[in-house]
Design a protein around this ligand. Structure first.
Ligand code: SF4
Ligand code: SF4
Ligand code: SF4
Ligand code: FES
Length: 881
């Protein structure tokens, strides 16, 4: 610690802090402009000047001067005040008098400084630069003469977002922000808007809609990806006007500009029931009775197991918990699952195969009054745990990893929060990044090594990486206790590295280099996502990833862990709270059913495992006698987002009765007999769980117009079907749920499970996997179906911001392939698979290797999953459209 005084106040601060940080942390105000805590200081505006003793005679910028032992700092003096006044006056020489109409009015640092420094006259003259207002960007307007050239936007875009989309052009007085006369590579995250201290960058969706002081601010959680960003919804007169990050500054474009989803004109506001084959509007009572009657008829004729439940990775933990309870206790079976089956549930199952199921000891259920949204489980000193949750990484620690391998994921579109942490990790000199994907992704440019493998060859590549680790350090042994290592090793080494590399499509020298990096890593992390999990063999892929981690992982070192990407805001939560056919809440065995569950639920709990979503669809296809006759869906657009849309649609049509709770009339909801409109994130109280197991509490900023919270509707349905549940609030549901989830011990808003106080006692067993590559279909090209940054599922296609950035899909194709097909950018092509055909415009890009094309799956008019069969990969033919 360093001892110093600031304005005579004795302070102790950490070594390495700057004078400005030391002052701000201790409540001492030093005016500043170019400094922002989220980015590295550059000391350019000089507004923060202070006098330092011992030190040079000239005042020094507090934001770049480090504290030193015995330092005396003066922050306020006539000399400093005069200097700051002069500097601000220089800025004001060319600054327009826009305050009355500038959106930054009331929250502008330049306004505040002018007021604080008492500047009422600018007694300098200079050439007035003409205003240059750039309206071209779809969501951000730029006002050149309002810019104070602080460089905050340039630094945040380059160092935190990793986009480097903007920079300064020209010099001196003529300095202006631009994109360097190259095509703008903006991610439309809007971070530059929020970090700009003045009104030089304006959010087009907010422009002129409200003054900052009129807005009511509500802290809640973003409803899109599994990142779980906390954000602030700002409302006025019952409408959302903008969304800002709470604390961390960073949000992606979906979060920042996708808030209009709440007020989308096509939101469902009234229940609908099917009459004469048409969905027509109905009142709530009528619709609920109709839904209950339809389910009851199926139960009476075919038994309760004929009603299958599909929970939602978009709905809260409380709604999903109630949903599974309704099935398990109300209907008495485990036939329920969620769309997480096609991604994150595969990851958890794959990791569990290697590291085991969760086991805990040393926890005690507290009996006193527990605070709202807090776990009642107390962690004793000797508490310990094992199993898959303990190898799952903590997003906040990811930047401490010394090697990150990204495999089968396009990090930024899938989950920008991991991307921001990689940007932070890149600041560490010894950090190494390996990016493995068949196509070029954003992080290729930052990677120390890229491995572009053939689509579908992930397990081969993972096998090659393990071989390369063993080759890099003969005698290498896992850091964790591992069973079956010798046999596994023997099997691995049967195929030469050169052969593996050739089959996977990478250079063996690159595999060797990657192996060296992984073998030397002290805190290796592996990120994997949709490209790997959405394949039919997604679970086996995840097992192979877990095997690699068992070989190299050191989860007791900060940052080292497995980082699977959960696709949606509550994909992790829907699994945690038990919407799984083979686990009770908290991943507890169905054999536990006689224990705490039956006691608390006061009814026997079925021990027979249910069928999963994929099995359920197979049963429908095969007309099996135990195929479901009714479906109850808590949202989730299965038709749009599951592989093979035509099949999914056909199978759902086979079901006699279908109830859907959703906020929009999705492709799936259109098939339902009853559609019940739901409240969504900014209208809800409750919790979500992020990808890394962090609890986020929602607070309602708006009242739902017409829709009702999912949990309330489930209660209504359950009551009508003879199992009354009367919780009355999400807090009451959470209180019961948390008693049944010891794994959530210590959890509360913003905290993750498993809690750091629970000592991990980890071991694993190597699980063999096949390396056969199978891509279904026929055709010269391999189609990869995946995610884009502008959208999240089909949800954002109802939001103005994301639709402005990306209103529809394009088929990404390599220039040589486009040339061979005689098509150019924007031309349409027919994409033909064994399952179906769509016509889509193309985007020519070197991101794709020859023979591989990419299509995003968010859009209804170019339904990518009309082409797929059982995987996100399939062979297709292309024809000029
Ligand atoms: S919106 Fe994001 S990516 Fe685009 S310039 Fe601003 S900070 Fe950079
Ligand atoms: S646009 Fe804003 S953040 Fe960027 S340099 Fe200008 S004043 Fe600073
Ligand atoms: S979509 Fe994900 S990364 Fe973007 S703001 Fe929302 S939670 Fe954060
Ligand atoms: S805030 Fe320190 S130089 Fe700008």
């Amino acid at each position: 610690m360093i001892n110093l005084t600031i304005d005579g106040k004795a302070l102790q601060v950490k070594k390495g802090k700057t004078v400005l940080e030391a002052a701000l942390e201790n409540g001492i105000h030093i005016p500043h402009l170019c400094y922002h805590p989220a980015i590295k200081p550059i000391g350019s505006c000089r507004i923060c000047v202070v006098e330092v003793k011992p030190g040079p005679p000239r005042p020094q910028p507090a934001c770049t001067t480090q504290v030193a032992e015995g330092m005396e700092v003066i922050t306020q003096s006539e000399r400093l005040l005069e200097l700051r006044r002069e500097l601000v006056k220089f800025i004001l020489v060319n600054h327009p008098l826009d305050c009355p109409w500038c959106d930054k009015g009331g929250e502008c640092l330049l306004q505040d400084l002018t007021h604080e420094l008492g500047i009422d006259l600018v007694d300098y003259e200079a050439l007035k630069l003409p205003p240059h207002i750039d309206y071209e960007s779809p969501l951000i307007e730029r006002y050149s003469t309002r810019c104070v050239t602080c460089g905050r936007c340039v630094r945040v875009c380059r160092d935190r977002v990793g986009a480097s989309a903007i920079n300064f052009e020209s010099r001196g007085y003529f300095t202006e922000l631009g994109c360097g006369h190259v095509p703008l590579e903006c991610e439309f995250c809007g971070t530059c808007i929020d970090i700009c201290p003045v009104g030089a960058l304006i959010n087009k969706l907010f422009k002129y809609s409200a003054r900052s002081w009129e807005l009511t601010k509500t802290q809640t959680i973003c409803p899109y990806c599994g990142g779980g960003c906390n954000y602030e919804v700002q409302t006025k007169d019952g409408h959302v006007h903008r969304v800002r990050s709470e604390g961390s500054l960073l949000l992606c474009g979906r979060g920042r500009f996708g808030f209009t989803v709440v007020e989308a004109p096509d939101r469902l506001r009234t229940p609908m029931i099917k009459r004469d084959g048409q969905l027509v509007e109905a009142g709530w009572e009528e619709a609920l009775n109709f839904a209950a009657r339809g389910l009851k008829e199926v139960i009476d004729s075919a038994g309760p197991t004929a009603v299958y439940g599909i929970g939602s990775p978009r709905a809260t933990n409380e709604a999903n918990y109630l949903f599974q309870k309704f099935f398990r206790v109300g209907l008495g079976h485990n036939n329920l699952d969620s769309p997480a089956r096609y991604n994150f549930a595969r990851a958890l199952a794959g990791i569990a195969a290697v590291f085991g199921e969760p086991k805990l000891s040393g926890l005690e259920l507290e009996s006193g009054k527990i605070k709202v949204y807090q776990s009642p489980w107390k962690i004793q000193e000797e508490a310990s745990g094992s199993g898959f949750p303990f190898v799952l990484g903590n997003t906040h620690h990811l930047n401490h990893a010394d090697v990150i391998l990204v495999i089968g994921a396009d990090v930024t579109p899938e989950m920008p929060t991991y991307g921001w942490r990689i940007m932070d990790a890149l600041k560490n000199e010894n950090f190494r990044l390996l990016v493995a994907n068949p196509r070029k992704t954003k992080f290729d440019r930052f990677a120390h090594l890229n491995l572009r493998y053939h689509p579908g060859s992930e397990r081969l590549l993972l096998m090659g990486l393990m071989e390369a680790v063993l080759e890099a350090q003969p005698g290498y042994t896992p850091h964790l206790e591992a069973e079956e290592f010798e046999d596994f090793k023997k099997n691995l080494l049967k195929t030469s590295l050169a052969k593996v590399a050739k089959q996977a499509g990478v250079k063996d020298a690159d595999l060797r280099q990657a192996g060296k990096m992984l073998a030397q890593a002290q805190a290796p992390a592996i990120i994997f996502g949709h490209d790997l999990l959405a394949q039919e063999q997604g679970q086996e892929n995840a097992t192979a990833v877990a095997d690699l981690f068992l070989l190299i992982g050191q989860p007791c070192n900060k940052g080292s862990g497995l980082y699977p990407i959960a696709e949606k805001n509550n994909t992790h939560g829907v699994c945690d709270v038990g919407v799984l056919p083979n686990y009770l809440p908290g991943y507890q065995s169905l054999e536990e059913s006689g224990g705490p569950f039956a006691k608390l639920w006061e009814r026997p709990v079925p021990a027979q495992p249910g069928i999963n979503l994929a099995e359920m669809l197979n049963k429908l296809e095969d007309n099996e006698p135990d195929a479901p006759r009714a479906l109850y869906l808590l949202g989730g657009d299965l038709v749009r987002l599951l592989p093979n849309s035509a099949r999914t649609e056909k199978l759902l049509q086979k079901v006699r009765f279908m109830v859907v709770q959703d906020a929009f009339l999705t492709d799936t909801a259109r098939l339902a007999d009853v559609v019940l409109p739901v409240a969504i994130h900014a209208e809800l109280d409750g919790t979500y769980t992020s990808t890394d197991g962090r609890l986020g509490c929602l607070q309602p900023a708006l009242s739902p117009e017409g829709g009702r919270p999912d949990w309330e509707i489930i209660e209504e349905m359950s009551r009508r079907l003879g199992y009354p549940m009367n919780y009355g609030s999400p807090q009451a549901i959470f209180a019961e749920m948390a008693q049944l989830l010891p794994i959530w011990a210590g959890i509360k808003n913003g905290h993750r499970w498993p809690h750091k106080k629970i000592r991990a006692s980890l071991s694993g067993n190597f699980v063999p996997f096949s390396t056969a590559i199978s891509i279904p279909g026929e055709g010269k090209y391999t189609l990869m179906v995946g995610k884009t940054l502008a959208h999240s599922g089909s949800y954002t296609t109802h939001a103005q911001g994301p639709q402005t950035i990306m209103p529809g899909a394009t088929l990404k194709i390599n220039p040589a392939d486009a040339k061979a097909l005689k098509v150019a950018e924007g031309d349409s092509v027919r994409v033909i698979s064994t399952q179906g055909e769509i016509t889509v415009p193309i985007a020519v890009t070197v991101e794709l290797p020859r023979g591989v094309v990419f299509l995003a799956d968010h859009f209804g008019d170019t339904p990518a999953n009309l082409l797929t069969s059982n995987s996100n990969l399939c062979r297709v033919q292309l024809q000029k459209g």
